[in-house]
Design a protein around this ligand. Sequence first.
Ligand code: UD1
Length: 419
Amino acid sequence: MAKIVISGGEPLNGEVWISGAKNAVLPILASTLLCDESMSIGNVPHLHDVTTTMELLGQMGAQFIIDERMKIHVDPRHTHNFHAPYDLVKTMRASILVLGPLVARYGEAHVSLPGGCAIGSRPVDLHIRGLQALGAELVVENGYIHAKAKRLKGARVGMDLVTVTGTENIMMAAALASGTTVIENAAQEPEVVDLANCLNAMGAQVSGAGTNTITIQGVERLHGTHYDVLPDRIETGTFLVAGAITSGRVLLKKARPNTLDSVLSKLEQAGAHLNVGEDTIELDMRGNRPKAVTLTTAPYPAFPTDMQAQFVALNTVAEGVGVVTETVFENRFMHVQELQRLGADIRVEGNTAIIRGVPEMTGAPIMATDLRASACLVLAGLVAKGDTTVDRVYHIDRGYECIEEKLGMLGAKIRRLPS
Ligand code: UD1
């Protein structure tokens, strides 16, 4: 298994561009199933999850051409297989995003329940209930969701919890339903807005995305278009923390600063000087040790769970005590034990991590457990003295494009050891 080795302890200083957002491109790729013509998608990040989604859609019959600048042309007109198999879905939970489009466009879907989750621990019950409200018949049998429908009918869908992919699934299905659908307690994430903008460019009538009530007036068909994916706010936040944790300076280009308010405000509390332009963010922490910050994760516009692990890393070397509370996922502190191997002082109580900053950490072999945890371990490796070897880095390739090259452009001493 490939590993990443980081020789840490030096401030970063440099500039880097931000890639397209993983959590936007995945639903946008799924939405091409709704379309009667070919589509092209620009600013597509080169990520393992994108490859998995293309493999999934490819097995269904969609055809792809990728040009040299990561623009993807998708032709969904040969879709004939409505099956999302366990082997693919277990590697990427976001595969559930094909459920709504398949049932809306083709009246049939057979989608494996997502990897590592029986209905219960990380359920998809709200996706199922939302589609049932639109008139689909769904049964769960042998680990698969089997769905069928004639034309879906618009309805009021109240979400018990804020769910990002749940909102996206219902929004995509409702785009081709007859009549009006209103999603209440909808997710307000920028990636939901990006999907709505893409659907509207295909001829859909979606309004209210970015608020907690989304209204979709169904249309008969969607046509092809070109759409550029928005910049990745989590990649942006991760590189900003890389600058802050090393007491360095980073300039990020092709970013979307207005999707990061809660993260930028925590970085300012940590003592960073920020210079925000229309599509650039410069963070300067040179000469200063970060101050510990206290935060609680929650759905957008609050602090994102996908930045929690990176801020736990930042707090490990900060001045003072930071308290980080995770409210979105139950078991999202798996990075803590690995950080302790580097010398971090962290105590976990339920869904809260109490982090007392230490003046210095030292490198060690550590293991990535999931996507954002792996980013947090790389960040810790940048500041720990000596060599840190991060094992199981396939997790990071799911969501970060060219991580070693980009951190290298910022001056990090980082290299990949092939498996
Ligand atoms: C998306 C993001 C992920 C991010 C998460 C929360 C994508 C591809 N992934 O994941 O990076 O960490 O949002 O911001 O966009 N829940 C239910 N029933 C459901 C659906 C969700 O109980 O039917 C619960 C989940 O267990 C979790 C909470 O709702 O506790 C939020 O999950 P959700 O927003 O659905 O996460 P994802 O869409 O899977």
